[in-house]
Design a binder for this molecule. Sequence first.
Ligand code: NAD
Length: 367
Amino acid sequence: MSRSYRIAVLSGDGIGPEVMTEALRVLDAVEAKFGFTTTREERLVGGAAIDATGHPLPTETVASCEQSDGILFGSVGGPKWESLPPDIQPERGALLPIRKHFGLFANLRPGVCLPSLTHASPVKNELIPNGFNVLCVRELTGGVYFGQPKGREERDGEPVAFDTMIYRKSEIDRILRVAFTAAMGRGKRLVSVDKANVLATSVLWRETAVEVAKDFPEVELSHLYVDNAAMQLVRRPDSFDVLVTENLFGDILSDEMAMISGSLGMLPSASLGKQKEGGLYFGMYEPSGGSAPDIAGKGVANPIAQILSAAMLLRFSLGENEAASAIEAAVAKAIDDGFRTGDIATGAAGETKVGTTGMGDAVLARL
Ligand code: NAD
């Protein structure tokens, strides 16, 4: 019997719909090639949803996501909606509620710099002759961003503000298991990042990492303090395989990693919830960048981040690993063969400058 799945497709605003078109063409192609089908429900989100319904996340959109195996998300936001009250702005009013509603606690962001794109990385090229491929796993729903109490008050006649960094062992355990599982599917090396020389939460984090490692004997676990990790990422990014860390550290390190990778248009991301039976996750998959209003509607956006987000959905939510790997290989080949959208073009000999559709065509031709 043919394998079939449901996907909620939320293209959103700006370049979202343009790059989503390419990702869906690529999905069509791998479905035909690998013998599975997806039913896709396209729903409104972000500014487009505000314009149509007055709300960035209509209940109909949430209902469609609930019935799906995973969400393929474009991007939301733009100048048109920036003066709205914060709670109903596209990002805050759509992305955060989706994360909360579906308990998406694990954020996975690959930082990949392909060997033929090392010129786009601000890291000295002699340090990364073969590029690099790091996966950053960030805890997304705990830590200092959500810990209580937090607040501001007067003490001894001056304002004092405070936040609480708090983690339950179960929260640490579950994010580490996501990271170990991801490492098993890659190079089997995991670096756990903490600040165990100063923070109590980090001591619990490190203890838990050592415990969970016993269930993954094939994975080599090491530990780095976050300040050192930030340095090593720019000094030797190619030495990392998978990196796992708590919310605040992950927020900073994953942006650092995106920066050293070169172009936002190349980087996908996944936000995963609880693991289901069979090892798959419900998740939301989206480019690391935003809606790029400066280039929206021009047909020049790089669709690769969206295409690779679809590949992550296939791997983590549908278990279609072969199809996911085929997409990743086709993307790498298109880049190796010199196809470049504006964000990654240098004008060097051997490059073929393409727009959004042209890059989609180049990937499709290599599947
Ligand atoms: P951005 O990521 O949209 O753009 C930053 C720069 O990167 C721009 O120059 C843009 O042209 C470029 N860029 C991004 N994606 C690209 C691609 N696929 N191809 C080529 N170039 C690309 O960030 P911003 O300008 O800070 O934000 C713009 C809007 O997006 C804002 O409204 C912001 O709130 C929103 N945003 C949404 C998300 C999301 O939906 N998850 C994330 C970040 C920002």
